[in-house]
Design a protein around this ligand. Structure first.
Ligand code: SAM
Length: 290
């Protein structure tokens, strides 16, 4: 897959043609800034594929983080999103996106700001969809933040660097860790497809992967979130050790803790299921006391 400069797209809803993204980038001087993780997608075919995977006609509101020059934003609108709220930190991009917002006054709102401090509760009571080609430097932090507000979210269709996508969806082995447990406890997590570095301008040094997370109606098993964090941190902190040793810093008697959770003391973190971690978190909460 290579980055293609589009010849201009039909403007969904208006019988006009949008200017090519390359022209938008040139006109607004959007030289990519590394500090903002700027790797732009100019291929309308690829943007359309991501947008369709997000099923944007379903949620009442789509939050797009980091729209950049607007390739994915255009695709979301073309795919039927009723309302897109796009949060962008780079003022230059906000100016460029203003032209698109003028064409979709009722469907597109551009917010200049940092997505890390954007409160999704401000988007109203209905559950939202989140779609983003995420800036790599804040992608994991944003996901963890959204997982804290998962009851407000209908789905998340997100592009991460492949290594992070692998950690989110791993169910065992060396990529399995606290992020996998937290995400899969709250959501079904599916890897959709990889995107070659050549699809971006400029190309990043890594392959990217689109992941879809759909919040579960209730978490996979009962557990207190802080207790779950504590046990996963302790267990994966010494992931090569048997749990009877790895959990020493967490509990004075790891054997009793593991027995209560129904987990063999010789097990290692990488072999526990998410449900096992929840059992461990419940046992730890009981043994620790109020
Ligand atoms: N969505 C565009 C695309 O696919 O071409 C751009 C994606 S680029 C990987 C990431 C975008 O996120 C950039 O436009 C960057 O300015 C923006 N960004 C970086 N950090 C941000 C933050 N903390 N909050 C909001 N936007 C941010």
């Amino acid at each position: 897959m290579t980055a293609t400069t589009d010849p201009g797209e039909a403007d969904a809803g208006c019988n006009t043609t949008l200017p090519p993204l390359a022209a938008v980038i040139a006109r607004h001087g959007l030289q990519p800034k590394r500090a903002l993780g700027q790797h732009f997608l100019l291929d309308p075919g690829l943007c359309g594929r991501i947008a369709r995977a997000a099923r944007p006609d379903n949620p009442a509101v789509i939050l797009e983080v980091g729209p950049g020059p607007g390739g994915l934003t255009r695709a979301l609108l073309a795919a039927g999103a009723a309302r897109v709220v796009a949060v962008e930190k780079d003022r230059r991009c906000v100016a460029a996106l203003g032209e698109l917002a003028v064409r979709y006054p009722d469907r597109l709102e551009i917010v200049e700001g940092d997505a890390l401090s954007f409160d999704i509760a401000t988007l109203g009571p209905a559950r939202i969809g989140i779609v983003a080609n995420l800036p790599y430097n804040v992608g994991t932090r944003l996901l963890l933040r959204w997982l804290e507000r998962v009851e407000r979210i209908e789905s998340m269709t997100l592009m991460f660097q492949k290594e992070v996508a692998t950690r989110i969806t791993a169910t065992g082995g060396r990529d399995y860790g606290g992020l996998s447990v937290r995400a899969q406890w709250l959501c079904t997590c599916e890897r959709l497809f990889d995107v070659s570095p050549r699809a971006f301008v400029p190309p990043p040094g890594v392959v990217s992967t689109v992941v879809r997370l759909v919040p579960r109606a209730t978490p996979l098993a009962p557990a207190d979130p802080d207790a779950l964090d504590a046990v996963t941190r302790a267990a994966f902190g010494q992931r090569r050790k048997m749990l009877r040793r790895a959990l020493r810093g967490l509990a004075p008697d790891p054997h009793a803790l593991l027995e209560r959770a129904g987990i063999p003391p010789e097990a290692r973190a990488e072999t526990l299921s998410v449900a096992d971690f929840c059992a461990l978190a419940r046992a730890w909460a009981v043994l620790r006391g109020p």
